[in-house]
Design a protein around this ligand. Structure first.
Ligand code: KG4
Ligand code: ZN
Length: 348
């Protein structure tokens, strides 16, 4: 039996979890979000993020152990996100994990945050292992920091088919919501507004041109929205402020058109993958943006049309979390992929 502690501090969530390899179950999953600290700035402020991680990490790890009713002595390995994220934030998690691994003589496993999301697909309701998921599966991982499409053949064996060339989809939603004067994070606000106008496409924003079939580009989207608002007398470009032309109805129509645009882009890529890869058994949607019911329903529909199962893990495992890190760390540890104390944080 192996008990794994997972630590995640790559962006603005301080998270820790315990995974029991024997029971194949997440025993605890604790998280402190920093949304309130960053919302007044309209996005994540790296310096604030790392300072807050530093304050909270000890308490969050203790809480994760307590909720799992285990002590640090019972833990066999410590998985920590050491790559892809904000440097200062990653460093807090890595240094903390190294510290306790050193003192308690535990195995240390460095985890790529994106790999954590890809395999979070195996976390089912109540943290149990999702036995129904089969390889190969297609994984669309979409958050505020990344937008990537994979074919996953096995644990540790996956192909990156495409990714965003600029902004992540969540970032595009957050930035556009900021232009519209809606709060941060923008995704949930935009989803709510879009529903008010029946998720219709009013303004048909550009779907973004890319050279490679499976890549994405979202940076033009916020500019397209911005110039459209200027044209509609709803935004003053010179002063960088909203004008009275930005009615609540217009906000909702923009939100809805944006949501449809992003969903259309995902649907297009998914149709292409499923046409090309006939052996795919499942389509999996992970990352913070998978909280969006409209986008999820659209992807679900394409999967059904192609006769492929669709799955999105419970929300607590979709956004950034420690459970996905503990889970994939258990596989790496079993394969002997443990790190030494030179483990460092890597931004990309
Ligand atoms: O995975 P996540 O929690 O953190 C990282 O960015 O890594 O994802 C956060 C992103 C934000 O951009 C947020 O606006 C978006 O997920 N998001 C949503 C929804 N809830 C969160 N986007 C669309 N609809 C939602 N309901
Ligand atoms: Zn993430």
């Amino acid at each position: 039996m192996a008990l794994i502690l997972g630590i995640e501090t790559s962006c603005d969530e301080t998270a820790a979890a315990v995974y029991d390899d024997n029971k194949r179950r997440i025993l605890s999953n604790v998280l402190a979000t920093q949304i309130d600290m960053h919302s007044m700035f309209g996005g994540v402020v790296p310096e604030i993020a790392s300072r807050s991680h530093l304050e909270k990490i000890g308490g969050i790890v203790s809480q994760a152990l307590k909720e799992a009713t285990v002590s640090l002595d019972d833990i066999d390995g410590i998985g920590v996100t050491n790559q892809t994220g904000l440097m200062g934030s990653l460093l807090v998690g890595v240094c903390f994990a190294k510290g306790i691994a050193w003192v308690k003589q535990k195995k240390l496993i460095g985890i790529n945050h994106l790999e954590g999301h890809v395999f979070s697909a195996f976390l089912g309701p109540q943290g149990g292992f999702n036995d129904e998921l089969q390889f190969p599966y297609v994984c669309l991982s979409v958050s505020g920091g990344h937008t990537s499409l994979y074919v996953v053949h096995d644990f540790g064996n996956y192909e990156l088919l495409g990714q965003t060339l600029d902004d992540a989809a969540g970032e595009a939603l957050d930035k556009t919501a900021a232009i519209l004067g809606l709060g941060y994070p923008g995704g949930p606000q935009l989803e709510k507004r879009a529903k008010e106008v029946d998720n219709a496409d009013f303004f048909h924003y550009p779907r973004g041109k890319v050279k490679k079939d499976f890549d994405f580009s979202f940076s033009g989207l916020k500019t397209a929205v911005l110039y459209d608002l200027v044209k509609k007398g709803a935004f003053d470009l010179a002063k960088g402020i909203i004008k009275e032309g930005l009615t609540s109805e217009l906000q909702s129509k923009v939100a809805s058109s944006l949501q449809v645009c992003i969903a259309d882009i995902f649907v297009d890529r998914l149709q292409r993958v499923l046409t090309l890869y006939h052996l795919v058994k499942h389509v999996v949607f992970v990352g913070g943006v998978s909280a969006n019911k409209y986008i999820t329903a659209r992807l679900q529909q394409v999967s059904a049309e192609k006769g492929v199962f669709f799955w999105s893990p419970p929300l607590q495992f979709c956004g950034d979390n420690g459970a996905m890190i503990a889970f994939i760390a258990s596989y790496k540890m079993a394969q002997g992929q443990v790190a030494d104390f030179t483990l460092d944080a890597v931004r990309r």
